[in-house]
Design a protein around this ligand. Structure first.
Ligand SMILES: Cc1cc2nc3c(=O)[nH]c(=O)nc-3n(C[C@H](O)[C@H](O)[C@H](O)COP(=O)(O)OP(=O)(O)OC[C@H]3O[C@@H](n4cnc5c(N)ncnc54)[C@H](O)[C@@H]3O)c2cc1C
Length: 199
């Protein structure tokens, strides 16, 4: 099998390939919420923060208290940062309704409490400033310090290649997070397995 790394394929590249079938597994990208200041230099995404692609200051505000937001918070609390988590809903990890095992939810909640995370539930981030974030809860505003703001507000499917390849004359399949996000490794592998056996 030929594996080519460091190639960013476009639909035009794929159309030129001598292939009968194409499997698109391009994953998902961070959802960027429409908040004033979201393009400021102190804002990064959960994946970039975890990969070490962004400078992380002393005061970190994580926007979104889902599984990814809680894991980011835990990572930077352990690294000695002061971390606030702002979550729209009334509980972390969708109040326990995300497709995550109850044990993982309890463990993350315990870890965040142990490391004294500053958790704001039923709260919305209204504005991102250079050194702080304005949040609102029950109609009341509060400003919390933020050297770095990490976006963990969900993901959107990267499915444009799939759309662009319709009618290209090849059998085109869409799998994994590109097909449905949020996903998980089990679903991505199961999708790949199913398509692999169908081709
Ligand atoms: C912080 C975090 C924690 C997670 N923890 C868990 C967990 O504990 N358990 C679990 O089951 N799941 C977890 N997930 C979800 C899991 O990572 C995904 O569901 C899974 O990786 C999806 O696999 P995929 O192959 O569909 O996409 P990805 O793993 O995202 O792979 C997509 C790949 O396509 C490449 N690509 C995109 N566009 C192009 C292009 N045009 N040309 C060439 N290459 C391209 C990308 O560079 C990337 O390497 C987590 C996700 C995050 C963000």
């Amino acid at each position: 099998m030929k594996v080519e790394l460091n190639q960013n394929l476009t639909a035009e590249d794929i159309k030129k390939l001598d292939a009968d079938a194409v499997v698109i597994s391009t994953g998902a990208s961070a959802k960027i919420p429409n908040i004033p200041g979201v393009k400021n230099a102190n804002v990064t995404t959960a994946v970039d923060a975890l990969l070490g692609n962004a400078e992380i200051g002393d005061n970190v505000v994580v926007v979104g208290g889902g599984q990814v937001g809680c894991e980011v918070a835990y990572e930077f609390l352990r690294a000695g940062r002061k971390v606030s988590v702002v979550e729209f809903l009334g509980g972390l990890i969708a109040g326990g309704t995300e497709p995550v095992s109850a044990a993982v939810v309890l463990m993350l909640e315990d870890l965040l409490n142990y490391y004294k995370a500053d958790i704001h539930l039923s709260s919305a981030v209204k504005e991102i400033k250079e050194k702080s974030v304005v949040i609102e809860k029950d109609g009341l505003s509060e400003e919390i310090p933020a050297d770095t703001v990490v976006l963990a507000a969900g993901f959107v499917e990267n499915n444009s290649l799939y759309t662009d390849l319709q009618d290209c004359g090849k059998d085109v399949y869409l799998i994994g997070d590109a097909k449905k996000s949020p996903g998980n490794i089990m679903h991505a592998v199961a999708d790949g397995n199913k398509v692999g056996r169908e081709i």
